[in-house]
Write a protein of this length. Structure first.
Length: 57
């Protein structure tokens, strides 16, 4: 696996995670988490690049 393949694999995993996060309801987003960042999952730390995927209702 070369660097290009690794980057493609990482991009595919990030898209898969973003697609999963898009399915969460507001109630699920507000549920307590086990991380030390407060109540919401720190998704900004997961994908590394700015990405506007979620819009407040």
């Amino acid at each position: 696996m070369d660097l290009v393949d690794i980057r493609r694999a990482i991009a595919a995993e990030r898209r898969e995670l973003a697609d999963l996060l898009d399915t969460l309801t507001a109630k699920q987003w507000d549920a307590p988490s086990l991380v030390a960042y407060g109540r919401r999952l720190p998704t900004g730390r997961l994908h590394g690049e700015p990405r506007a995927r979620f819009v407040a209702a």
